[in-house]
Write a protein that binds this ligand. Structure first.
Ligand SMILES: Cc1cc2nc3c(=O)[nH]c(=O)nc-3n(C[C@H](O)[C@H](O)[C@H](O)COP(=O)(O)OP(=O)(O)OC[C@H]3O[C@@H](n4cnc5c(N)ncnc54)[C@H](O)[C@@H]3O)c2cc1C
Length: 314
């Protein structure tokens, strides 16, 4: 017999936690399945300046702990299991994890996204030996060292600024002629004497012996190649949605973003998608949190509807 929940949430990032606060508070028996650590991408974010209600900077870890405590106060169950598969039996969804099988009429997909790779030589080989996708996690290992940051959005710029707490120098390498990051971050970046910028440039490879010793760059205008010696490479070039476990249930391609209506409901009734995994999401904590609330309220209505029709007996 599969263990039954009113609501199953896949993923434990901020979108999931906010949905769980609402479903638990509505007295719906809710479980979150998280394959790694609660907080998702928040855990790798040191400086959060744009989440409403925190005029001072809050770290991702702090924010996660607050959301977790709030959801647990209303009875949230968290299981550290990876969701491997979801199957449909009429309105019922059967969720298979690496440990067990569960059932629910409502599944909220909040599996977020993973950092996008550059796909260059040395990137995989030196992962954890100089290549990183998380300044908060690894920055302190680079005290007094020289590092390269790749990317041009908010993440690249804020994480570069954060790294200057530890490192001797940061070289930001960006393929375009200007950064996409918000002006407030750029003002801070250009004031920081430890940071240098290199535009119109891509990384062609990462080299070293035991660990990273440098990167090979190419100027995309002049085609000139140059080796830049460095001790670490921090990559912030976007993210890929985690949808492989869905097979072809909602996605045609692996790694697709999931389409929803305005209630966050997908093409499958009773299945919702929120946060970074959702097509059209603005990929911010606040938008993910808002989408979580919308899905939770819609899910509550859906369960009431199914109960009224006599489809849900529990
Ligand atoms: C470096 C960096 C800095 C950022 N700074 C900011 C900022 O300042 N302000 C802001 O608003 N946003 C910021 N963001 C973006 C923000 O972190 C994301 O928009 C937000 O975390 C998305 O939340 P989510 O819940 O949708 O997904 P995620 O945070 O990606 O969480 C998804 C979770 O699902 C889990 N999961 C995936 N697949 C499975 C599976 N099969 N089974 C079980 N669990 C699974 C993952 O392990 C993960 O924990 C930043 C992002 C990064 C990377």
């Amino acid at each position: 017999m599969n263990k039954y929940y009113d609501v199953i949430i896949v993923g434990g990032g901020p979108a999931a936690l906010s949905a769980a606060i609402y479903t638990c508070r509505a007295l719906l028996k809710t479980v979150i399945f998280e394959k790694k650590y609660l907080g998702g991408q928040l855990t790798g974010t040191e400086l959060i300046e744009n989440y409403p209600g925190f005029p001072e900077v809050i770290s991702g870890v702090d924010l996660t702990q607050r959301m977790e405590a709030q959801a647990k106060r209303f009875g949230l169950e968290i299981r550290y299991e990876e969701v491997l598969k979801i199957q449909l039996e009429g309105d019922l969804k059967i969720v298979t994890t690496d440990s067990d099988t569960y059932a629910s009429y409502v599944v909220i997909l909040a599996s977020g996204a993973d950092p996008q790779k550059l796909g260059v030589s040395g990137e995989e080989e030196f992962y954890g030996k100089g290549v990183s996708y998380c300044a908060t996690c690894d920055g302190a290992f680079y005290r007094g060292k020289n590092v390269v940051v790749v990317g041009g959005g908010d993440s690249a710029v804020t994480e570069a600024i954060f790294l200057t707490k530890f490192v001797r120098s940061v070289q930001i390498i960006h393929r375009r002629s200007e950064f996409k990051a918000a002006k407030i971050y750029l003002d801070e970046l250009y004031k920081n004497l430890k940071i240098k910028t290199l535009f119109h440039t891509v990384i062609e490879g990462i080299f070293g012996k035991e660990k990273v010793e440098g990167v090979v760059t190419q100027n995309i205008l002049t085609k000139e190649k140059k080796d830049i010696p460095c001790d670490g490479v921090f990559i912030f070039v976007g993210s890929t949605p985690n949808t492989n476990f869905l097979g072809n249930l909602l996605c045609v391609d692996a790694g697709c973003h999931i389409e929803t209506d305005i209630h966050m409901e997908t093409a499958i009734k009773g299945m919702y998608a929120i946060g970074d995994v959702r097509k059209g999401s603005y990929r911010q904590i606040a938008t993910g949190v808002g989408e979580g609330v919308t899905a939770a309220i819609a899910a509550e209505h859906k369960l009431a509807e199914l109960k009224a029709l006599g489809k849900v007996k529990k």
